[in-house]
Design a protein around this ligand. Structure first.
Ligand SMILES: C[S@@+](CC[C@H](N)C(=O)[O-])C[C@H]1O[C@@H](n2cnc3c(N)ncnc32)[C@H](O)[C@@H]1O
Length: 220
């Protein structure tokens, strides 16, 4: 089993979340819209998603954490599954232009609104159906994406990450470790399908033979 990392938690904790404001009767309508991962989700009102998703400067530090921990060799390759607007890949590209980057995501809106410097390296694709050669990337990452998959697709995606990676991988998923965090997650989430405690997640990782690193995001 890989290591538990802290690449995203400090940024996650900086964001203020009004859980109560998300507990409205229209929530199923908003969630249905959010799950299209179209403009509403990224740059529409806060009730439907990010409420305007920009790189506010946070991704530079996240990229530095990845580079410092994974110590990638010259021209190493990175795949980001569920790359969204490509903010992580963009910062990695700025800091290490030698790296071969690739991002896939189901959202054409996100890819079309990624920084122009990384757009050529992004393509439509889903975590569960992605098709790359075995061991073809030096590092495979997936940030805050896999909890959006139903269990059969989730297991399939984990197996794929394990297969595509030549040894190094990292995923970040939402979780809860108390009734309060469970309640906060239930109220906040719009697109989540996988609601698990760390123990359950780790059980799923072993079921899928996923041996990479991971991080859990908690809603405190
Ligand atoms: C919370 S966003 C995270 C985006 C990006 N990783 C980031 O941290 O900025 C979740 C992402 O998962 C993507 N997504 C949802 N279902 C997916 C799937 N089955 N395969 C690949 N990406 C998916 C969405 O389009 C969205 O980009």
């Amino acid at each position: 089993m890989g290591q538990i990392k802290d690449f995203l938690t400090s940024n996650h904790l900086k964001t203020k979340r009004d859980y109560h404001a998300r507990s409205v009767n229209e929530k199923p309508v908003f969630a249905t819209l959010a799950k299209k991962f179209d403009q509403d989700y990224w740059d529409g009102p806060r009730e439907i998603g990010y409420g305007g998703y920009k790189d506010d400067g946070r991704w530079s530090g996240v990229a530095e954490k990845f580079l410092s921990f994974y110590n990638l060799s010259e021209n190493a390759s990175i795949l980001d599954i569920g790359c969204g607007k490509g903010f992580l890949l963009n910062q990695l590209h700025i800091k290490r232009p030698d790296l071969k980057i690739k991002g896939i995501d189901v959202s054409s809106y996100a890819l079309n609104n990624a920084p122009s410097s990384v757009r050529p390296f992004l393509e439509i694709g889903s975590a569960e159906n992605a098709n790359f050669e075995k061991n073809s990337f030096d590092l495979v990452v997936s940030l805050n994406t896999l909890h959006n998959l139903e269990l059969p697709d989730l297991v399939s995606a984990l197996k794929k990450i394990e297969s595509f990676s030549n040894g190094k991988s990292y995923i970040c998923v939402e979780s809860y470790s108390s009734e309060q965090e469970k309640w906060n997650l239930m109220r906040w989430q719009l697109t989540c399908e996988a609601f698990y405690t760390p123990r359950e997640w780790e059980w799923i990782f072993s079921l899928a033979n996923y041996t990479g690193d991971y991080e859990f995001i908690f809603f405190e």
